[in-house]
Write a protein that binds this ligand. Structure first.
Ligand code: PAF
Length: 282
């Protein structure tokens, strides 16, 4: 183990050794998978994990397989020392920060693909994304074998994909979703918010208000397709560069719905070079 702020392990054997010692002492284990660039949203996952489990491991791995070649893998913010300090103060017990060669050694050839729930929305606009996420999360769950793994609802479709994958593959880990943490103006916390300039940051906050307005319109009787289209128009009027989707879908399957019961509104929109996503229950 290395690092002063927080015990840190960098390979699977050291991770399993640390967790085996906890298991031997009868302790439960929570895992919080992250790509670093931590913010209050991640820390709230760690605090929830610490409330529910005796020990908490956070993984930090910027997963190249979930970025397309034209996406922001190279510029994705990285600050392991800062992240480790924040994790220590949130009650995390162990940081697992593997190198790329540990996660994907020479000859790595397996890809975990989850059908159906991966296909619409993010799956349409980032076709490589959920394969990369499902593959790395499968590995993280099997490497750590925690009792519970914690994920933010901010990436709502990702949460559904991971639940499906863990269930389908009989991975003996409970998958828990935690509420999105928001800035004072309602903007969902995201590592990518760091890319926004002052103007973009101001416009970004409109996303959550526009989704709230769409929900109100549906409750007032507006047809779902009209509420979606109106929200997309309002995003452009507010200054968003383009809208990938605004969609009201079944909260469990993301299939199209005919009414708002058990539904979720999900959106993805661009502000310059930054892509923001958000979602809310209806
Ligand atoms: O949500 C994220 O930060 C990532 O997609 C995850 C779950 C850590 C997998 O790389």
């Amino acid at each position: 183990m290395t690092g002063s702020a927080l015990p840190t392990v960098r390979d699977v054997a050291a991770l399993r050794y640390a967790i085996a010692a906890w298991r031997k002492a009868g302790l439960t284990v929570g895992l919080v998978p992250t790509m670093g660039a931590l913010h209050e949203g991640h820390l709230s996952l760690v605090r929830t994990a610490k409330e529910r489990c005796d020990r908490v491991v956070t993984s930090l791995f910027v997963n190249p397989r979930q970025f397309a070649p034209h996406e922001d893998f190279e510029r994705y913010p990285r600050d392991e020392a800062g992240d480790a300090n924040m994790l220590a103060s949130a009650g995390c017990d162990l940081l697992y920060a593997p190198e790329r060669s540990v996660m994907y050694p020479q000859g790595f050839a397996t890809n975990v693909i989850v059908a159906d729930v991966s296909t619409p929305l993010e799956g349409e606009f980032r076709p490589h994304f959920f394969g990369g996420v499902a593959t790395v999360v499968t590995k993280l769950l099997l490497q750590a074998l925690p009792d519970t793994a914690f994920f933010g609802e901010k990436d709502y479709q990702q949460l559904l994909v991971i639940k499906r994958m863990a269930h389908d593959l009989d991975i003996p880990v409970a998958i828990t979703g935690c509420a999105t943490v928001r800035e004072h103006d309602g903007l969902a916390m995201s590592s990518r918010n760091a890319y926004l300039n002052e103007d973009e940051r101001r416009i970004a906050a409109r996303l959550n208000y526009i989704l709230h307005d769409a929900i109100k319109a549906v409750h007032a009787g507006e047809p779902l397709a009209e509420a979606e289209a109106e929200a997309a128009r309002h995003l452009i009027a507010a200054g968003f560069t383009s809208v990938d989707y605004v969609a009201i879908r079944d909260a469990d399957t993301l299939a199209p719905v005919s009414d708002g019961s058990n539904a979720r509104i999900l959106a993805a929109a661009w502000l310059g070079k930054t892509r923001l996503i958000d979602n809310m229950a209806l």
